[in-house]
Design a protein. Structure first.
Length: 159
């Protein structure tokens, strides 16, 4: 195996996993009518940001790979915080208006740029859905934790 091939597979896998999470969320929304709240949308944005952060890691440039892994890890930890906040705080609230997630999405203009993907349609309490008995946001949480762990592995790995 060529040097760096494992790193490139790692970054490629992170891109695929992150975009697959967004794809699954879109199927849930547009096929099964599970409407997203602002915290759900913020997690989609973070998954897209992780995929974009991983792109430079595909290049066989050690400094770029380390930077990509660091940025991915930081974004994944932001995703962990977002999923936990959604479950333990926002899901108990009747309104998500003017929360951090709502403000970030509106400021970025993503809800107007691509409403089919980034427009929140439900309150946080209404979006508290379970899939196979597990709160939906815990699936995001698990993937964010896996991506953070993989980024840490990438950063501590001998080259």
């Amino acid at each position: 195996m060529k040097p760096g091939a494992a790193q490139r597979r790692f970054f490629g896998g992170a891109i695929v996993a992150s975009l697959a999470a967004v794809g699954a969320a879109l199927v849930s929304q547009h096929v099964f009518d599970i409407m997203p709240c602002p915290w759900c949308i913020l997690q989609r944005v973070i998954f897209v940001a992780i995929a974009l952060a991983a792109l430079p890691g595909l290049l066989p440039v050690r400094g770029l790979q380390r930077l990509a892994a660091l940025l991915m890890g930081l974004l994944a930890m932001a995703g962990v915080a977002s999923a936990l906040w959604q479950h333990f705080v926002a899901a108990a609230s009747n309104s998500c208006d003017l929360t951090l997630a709502d403000k970030l999405i509106r400021q970025a203009g993503l809800n107007e740029l691509w409403p089919d993907v980034f427009q929140p349609y439900a309150s946080c309490a209404d979006a508290a859905v379970k899939l196979l008995g597990v709160p939906y946001e815990f699936y995001s949480l698990a993937l964010f934790l896996a991506l953070a762990g993989a980024a840490a592995w990438s950063l501590t790995r001998r080259r």
